[in-house]
Design a protein around this ligand. Structure first.
Ligand SMILES: C[S@@+](CC[C@H](N)C(=O)[O-])C[C@H]1O[C@@H](n2cnc3c(N)ncnc32)[C@H](O)[C@@H]1O
Length: 191
């Protein structure tokens, strides 16, 4: 399954170099990183690292995890290894250290079990930002796997206990993306 993910994503990044272009951070990351109580950050499924680069510029030490060696090579060329630890790993099995991070971001990637592991990896008072695609009849992407789409209100339900919800939104994705899709984002503080 994950070898397939790796092949799929390495092929995508190799064939579509636009996917490796430097992109602006998510509005939610831009808005809520400031509330992190310290400077240790984890970027899950970081790709070529739009959030890793953004957070490193803000002074964070970032662990940046992805399965694609192609994306991670691009990321390495953009960052100072003193502030970014690039980790090639399969997030199906990757277990971050408990209570280790002040800030965790996970954007445009859905693995519900990984959200649970991210919660464990967050320090008390730490900030978690999750943003990804949700099911919607108006979605344009033809081959979306329904398992990788959030249901309406799903993130809000997931963080209903043990967190302060700082923001929850359902919205249309950014214009730089190929297909118009509905997304969901949440920023929470762990109690
Ligand atoms: C749509 S990109 C999102 C990149 C980045 N988070 C962003 O928002 O720009 C999804 C990323 O998930 C990574 N990915 C897919 N399956 C994975 C797995 N099993 N383990 C680790 N990374 C995976 C891909 O390599 C890809 O970089």
């Amino acid at each position: 399954m994950s070898l397939k993910d790796k092949e799929k994503w390495d092929k995508k990044y190799s064939e579509m170099s636009s996917l490796l272009a430097q992109r602006p951070p998510s509005k939610h990351v831009e808005m809520f990183w400031k509330l992190a109580p310290g400077i240790s950050a984890l970027d899950l499924a970081c790709g070529s690292g739009r959030h890793t680069c953004f957070l490193a510029e803000k002074g964070f030490h970032v662990d940046a995890v992805d399965i694609s060696a192609v994306a991670l090579d691009t990321l390495r060329s953009r960052v100072n290894p003193e502030s970014v630890n690039v980790i090639e790993a399969d997030l199906d099995t990757f277990i971050p250290e408990p209570e280790s991070y002040d800030l965790i971001v996970k954007t445009n990637f859905l693995d519900r079990a990984l959200i649970e592991r991210a919660i464990t990896a967050l320090k008390p008072g730490g900030i978690l930002i999750v943003e990804t695609y949700m099911a919607d009849p108006a979605n344009e992407k033809p081959d979306s796997n329904p398992d990788f789409l959030l249901q309406k209100g799903e993130l809000l339900d997931l963080f209903s206990e043990g967190f302060d919800v700082l923001e929850y939104k359902e919205f249309r994705n950014e214009p730089h993306e190929k297909y118009r899709m509905r997304k969901q984002a949440i920023a929470v503080r762990k109690s």
